[in-house]
Structure formats: C-alpha cells, structure tokens
Design a protein around this ligand. Structure first.
Ligand code: ZN
Length: 452
C-alpha cells in the first residue's frame, strides 16, 4: 500500500488529491480490544476490517485472515474506539494556517470538529469543502456562520436576510453570541426553524431560561452563571427546576470548562509564571505564546487587580468555576446531553485542550465512559450522523483512534494514541510525531526563533 502522505505546514496544496478516499483499500486491525461505544463494554481480541471509509467486518480474530493485500495493524494489547469530537473549535490565528490546527487535532485523536464562528479573514465554507474533497487533511468538519450580534438581527428584515444568507452559503449552524430582545430572538428561532438551520450559541442572559433552551445547543456552562441571578445559583429548589427544564427541552450543552480554567491560570500569579512549563506551550505559535505569557495577556489586562461585583476578580472567578463544575455534574445527572469541546484560544491549544476538558469532566463527576460518549455518540447524534458515526459497528465510517491503554479505566489513557484512522486511512505514531514536530517548528521553543 502506498505510504500515507501527511501534508506539512504551509504545504497543504501538496496534499491535493492525496487525502481522497481509496474506495478499495483494505485496512485490518487485528487482535484488538474494541470499545464499540454501543454500551460500556470491551470486545476482546477482535478483527476490524475497513474498506475505503467503511467498517465492513467486526468479529473475533480467531479465523484465518482472508484479506490478502490489506494493510495489517497488530492491535494486540491496544484499544480501538471512535475518534474524538472537538465540538467547540475556533481557528484563532491566521498566521499558522489551518493545517497546523488540523495536525494538532488529528494528532490528539480528534476526527470531528465543529467550528464555532467565522471571522472576517476566513472562509469556513471553503475549509469545510476542502476537507470533504480531500484538498485539506483535517477532521470531519462542521461550521457555523459568523458571530451574530444584536445589531445583525435588529428587525425582521435583517433576521430574514441572515437566515437566507446562511442557507445560501450552506453553513451548518447559526451562531448567536449576544443577548437579543425577546421579539427578535423568537423571530430568529422561528425563521431558522422553518429554514432547517439550528440556532446555537451563548445563553440569553437578559431573559429567563426558557428562551435559551429553545436553541439547539448552548455553549459554555459558564453561561448559566449569567442567565441565573446570584441568589438563584445557590437556591437548590430553583436549580432543581432549572435542570428539569433543560432536560425536557432537548437542548445539548457543550460545557467548555477548560477555557474558563485557563482564565484562572492567567490570573493566578504562581500558576501564570509556570505556564512556559505546561506541555501545551510548545504547540503554540511563537508570537501567540509571547503574547499570552506577557502582561498583555488579555485576561490579565482586563481582570488583574480588578473587581467583580465589588470583590477581587480571582476569588470570584474561582467560585464561578467551582459552581460550573458542580452544575456540569448536575446537568449530567439529570440526563442532559453534554458534548466535549474546549473553545480553543491562547493556552487552550487545539488537540491537547480536548484531553484537558476530558479530565475536568472527570473531576466534575462524569465517568470515563460517559465522557467518551460525550465525545463520540452524542456529537454524532447532535450532528445527525448517528447512522454513520459515533460507534464502532459494521457499516459505520472509519473515523477511529487506537489507544495504548484502556481509557475506560482512566480517562488520561485517551492521550496515549498509537494511531488514528481518518476516513479509512491509517495514520501511525511516527506520522503523528512528524505532524507534531512540524507544529513545534513554529513554536516558542524551536531553535532559531526569537523568543528563546
Ligand atoms: Zn467560542
């Protein structure tokens, strides 16, 4: 079989045609433990046969191999499961190119990404199309339109135009990132509903909860800190009723705990001083890194030494975070579907940040299986892709990750990636290492960069 070609940074054009699916190629992972995600089970000693982009066989490894000419992966002692989903991705920095972020995500087992906003310097539809056509080597990609503010949705005419524009351009979602007056909010939900495009985004902080849950999904559990009053947030009866209301609405929530945790890292001096030593630092762009470790760090600038509601910012934000962790646990307990996403920004570095989110969800009280479900089965269902994605079963698409150790025993094992299968193509550990080395060449600790 032809060796898999991984495009390196700034050379995405070289990958044209290379990432297209070879419909006849056979890939066999033999004697592997399969975590199918159809339930909390492990199928031991399995043979998984993939043709093109589809799982065509799954069963015990005891028979003779009949798949001559297949690429064979020895799965002994390893764990095969569906690839992870980064459900709150942003391409923040034009400088590195999007292939850099894709390399980081793929290297960390992410085979699905939902982009959460189109900035004016980017064309997210073209990116999504290029991933689909094989011109870009990246995770299966979904995107919202631009960040919408109240002024973009001021009256029924602009609301109709916005919805029509989303339909014409082909965005998967409408991203709302502002408080709207009630009438406009309801008009948007109505128009978008008729057009068949889900409205997703931040909570409606100025209105009661029943409005926010009309969206298809709510981003950031942090939003509930602002939707509720301080009194409501500590009122068990109110919270119980709110949880029931959320569960009954059918809304899905992406907690994105890690991006808020990182605000605490920026504000807490000893932790901030240690940031150069965190493992994700080396995967940042050198210029970004210099900015985020300096006093120009936007959160330090905005919040350091400032007050929130008459109290020092850091302890207030710490309290918020503790509340968010507890509320995530309660949402999960109530049966609200949660999805894994990290809101990639600053030290919330694509790829690695999703594993940090996993660990925070674990700390909040979700079991490894529940977390993995929030990264596979639930996003597949949310995206309307459950017939093709989210589990390891015959007929499903081959977007998978092979792990060295059992992630159901310890969620941190999701970081121990032996290889990734993207649309049926095997990316082995040495390829992954090369992708990461390419990223590090643009990083703060690369030899020859200014900062070190
Ligand atoms: Zn975001």
């Amino acid at each position: 079989m032809k060796k898999l070609f991984i495009p390196i940074l700034f050379q995405a054009a070289l990958a044209v045609g290379m990432a297209q699916i070879d419909q006849k190629a056979l890939l066999v992972i033999d004697r592997v433990n399969v975590i199918p995600m159809t339930g909390e089970v492990i199928l031991e000693n399995q043979r998984v046969v993939i043709q093109g982009n589809e799982i065509i066989e799954l069963g015990p490894s005891d028979s003779e191999m009949s798949n001559k000419g297949a690429t064979l992966i020895d799965g002994r002692g390893k764990y095969l499961m569906p690839g992870f989903s980064e459900m709150h991705y942003h391409w923040r920095n034009r400088e590195g190119g999007i292939q850099r972020d894709f390399n980081l995500m793929l290297a960390h087992g992410i085979t699905t990404a939902r982009n959460m906003g189109e900035y004016d310097w980017q064309d997210q539809i073209t990116i999504r199309d290029q991933v689909r056509s094989g011109d870009l080597f990246g995770p299966n990609y979904y995107t919202t339109g631009p960040y919408l503010k109240a002024e973009n949705l001021a009256d029924s005419r602009t609301i109709s135009e916005t919805v029509r524009n989303h339909l014409n351009r082909g965005y998967d979602f409408i991203k709302l990132a502002d408080n709207l007056p009630q009438e406009q909010f309801l008009a948007l939900i109505d128009e978008a509903g008729k057009a068949g495009i889900p409205v997703i985004g931040h909570g409606q902080r100025e209105m009661p909860l029943k409005f926010s849950v009309k969206m298809r999904s709510i981003e950031h559990v942090e939003e509930f800190v602002y939707i509720y009053s301080d009194k409501e947030r500590v009122d068990p009866l109110f919270l119980q009723a709110s949880l029931r209301q959320i569960a009954q609405s059918g809304v899905t929530i992406a907690p994105t705990l890690v991006v808020f945790k990182d605000i605490l890292r920026y504000l807490d001096d000893p932790v901030f001083k240690n940031l150069p030593r965190v493992p994700e630092a080396k995967y940042m762009l050198a210029g970004d890194y210099d900015y985020w470790v300096s006093e120009d760090n936007p959160y330090r600038k905005d919040l350091k030494g400032k007050n929130i509601k008459g109290r020092e910012a850091l302890p207030v934000l710490r309290e918020y975070f503790e509340w968010m962790m507890e509320y995530t646990r309660l949402l999960h307990k109530e049966g609200v579907p949660l999805m894994t996403g990290s809101d990639t920004f600053g030290f919330t570095v694509p790829g690695i940040s999703l594993h940090r989110e996993f660990e925070l969800l674990n700390k909040a009280g979700m079991s490894p299986y529940q977390i993995l479900k929030a990264s596979t089965v639930i996003p597949a269902r949310y995206l309307g892709r459950e017939k093709l994605e989210g589990t390891v079963e015959i007929g499903k698409q081959a977007n998978l990750v092979l792990l060295e150790d059992n992630p159901l025993e310890d969620i941190r094992n999701s970081r121990k990636i032996s290889g990734v299968i993207l649309r049926g193509r095997w990316i082995d550990r040495s390829h992954i290492n090369r992708m990461l080395e390419e990223v590090q060449k643009l990083g703060p600790f690369a030899s020859g960069t200014q900062s070190h």
